[in-house]
Ligand binder design. Structure first.
Ligand code: ATP
Length: 269
């Protein structure tokens, strides 16, 4: 029987590059509308597992279920349909440098829908408004700060109203205040649109602030060694690798409150 209590579920998922296995027997249960973090030390395979979830890397074993349907057993056409329900934001935001912000956001709509140009322009304005980037519509990616680039990438990832958003290191390279604003935006998206969000991150302040569930991947054993929210893992998981990760640089990583909010980004956006 199909179990749809989870938006995405993996069973025995094993990912490899050539004959080098990166993670094996990974079991994840990602609830609809949750913000689920893939955690773990550098190089343990977080991005690799995420690629296995959204279709960029075919597992050598195991199953990925989306709404109870097996992704990797589906036909190529069916996988393309499923992928239209996904939004993906890579670490670099990966904007097309020769297109304006608005053209970048319009691209998936032009490629994957039959909407008329005027309707696409309306949707682009809407998506840019969602991430507070209306004023930057005509700028080129090279004219954007790091925080603005992330938000433009997010607007593009939202173009097709995804049910699941995949983020690779959303706050990497951002200053703490810009990073916090991006976290707030992610929380708003989940709250407003009910989007399920899967993210890879080692930024502890961001993980504690937004993720409500997660799995900890271990490089040594090459599998999941703990499951739960970052806070639960910090407070209740005795595994030394998890504890070392959760308590590293504790004082410098602790979040200081923003004393004043002027509605703009610290990065000048
Ligand atoms: N395309 C690839 N071909 C071969 N090996 C790869 C490829 N991509 C990643 N790897 C290797 O797989 C391992 C896991 O990499 P991955 O990027 O998934 O880890 P990660 O946990 O996301 O790391 P980080 O936190 O540093 O970004 C690393 O040893 C990496 O060198």
């Amino acid at each position: 029987m199909i179990d749809v209590s989870f938006k995405i579920e993996t069973r025995g998922l094993t990912l490899a590059f050539g004959d080098r296995v990166i993670q094996r027997d990974v079991a994840l249960r990602i609830r609809p509308g949750s913000i689920f973090a893939l955690m773990g030390g550098s190089g343990c395979g977080k991005s690799t597992v995420m690629k296995g979830l959204f279709g960029l890397l075919r597992p050598i074993a195991g199953t990925v279920l989306i709404d109870g349907e097996s992704y990797w057993d589906a036909s190529d056409d069916r996988r393309i349909e499923i992928n239209r329900r996904y939004g993906v934001l890579f670490q670099s935001a990966a904007l097309w440098s020769s297109l304006t912000v608005a053209e970048n956001v319009a691209l998936p709509l032009k490629l994957f829908t039959r909407q008329k140009p005027a309707a696409i322009a309306d949707l682009v304005r809407l998506k840019l408004a969602l991430v507070g980037m209306e004023a930057a519509a005509d700028l080129m990616p090279s004219e954007l700060s790091g925080g603005m680039r992330k938000r433009a990438g997010l607007a593009r990832a939202l173009a097709l109203d995804p049910e699941v958003l995949f983020f690779d290191e959303p706050s990497a390279g951002l200053d703490p205040i810009t990073s916090r604003r991006l976290d707030d935006l992610i929380l708003e998206l989940r709250g407003g649109l009910g989007t399920t969000i899967v993210l890879v991150s080692h930024e502890l302040p961001s993980l504690f602030a937004i993720a409500d569930d997660g799995a900890f991947l271990d490089a040594e054993t090459q599998t999941v060694i703990a499951s739960g929210s970052p806070t639960e893992l910090r407070d209740h998981c005795a595994h030394p690798t998890v504890q070392a990760f959760m308590h590293r640089e504790r004082t410098s990583e602790s979040r200081t409150p923003i004393m004043q909010s002027n509605g703009g980004d610290a990065d000048g956006s």
